[in-house]
Design a protein around this ligand. Structure first.
Ligand code: FES
Length: 142
């Protein structure tokens, strides 16, 4: 059956295309805002499993689980990992990463790249999560 490109179909086609392009650009911009590589995950049974291969040659990785309210940062140093929750320790606000650390836009606290407080009002360092390395994965306990 031949499909005619009448006005209705034209509008439907262009809207769908524009929405698709707009969504793609929006997702791209979200990803490009981070100075770190971003891995998207979906946790199961209170754990996030990430293949070690995806961490290869990267020192700092941002983990974005679509069902969690906060990103997680995995940092590698000399074969050991540190897993930080990017949630402000002052009043639980979402932190924004940058090359020097993390900023809280609610009251202005800043944390260095290791999660230590640089400027308050936050007084405590970022929470660290436990992990194990099992076979070819790093498994983070939420
Ligand atoms: S919640 Fe982050 S500084 Fe207050």
């Amino acid at each position: 059956m031949e499909r005619k490109l009448n006005r209705k179909n034209f509008i439907k086609f262009t809207c769908n295309t524009a929405c698709g392009i707009g969504l793609g650009v929006a997702l791209l911009n979200v990803e490009s805002c981070s100075p770190f590589p971003v891995i998207k995950t979906k946790h199961e049974k209170g754990e996030i499993k990430i293949p070690l291969l995806s961490l290869k040659d990267k020192k700092d990785i941002l983990v974005r689980d679509l069902e969690l309210d906060y990103d997680i940062m995995i940092k590698e140093k000399e074969g050991k990992y540190t897993v930080l929750v990017l949630k402000c320790t002052h009043q639980d606000w979402l932190l924004s990463p940058n090359a020097k650390g993390f900023n809280c836009s609610l009251h202005g606290s800043t944390f260095d790249i290791d999660g230590k407080v640089v400027n308050g009002p936050a007084a405590l360092p970022l929470k660290q999560l436990n992990y194990i390395v099992e076979k070819e994965n790093i498994i983070i306990t939420l």
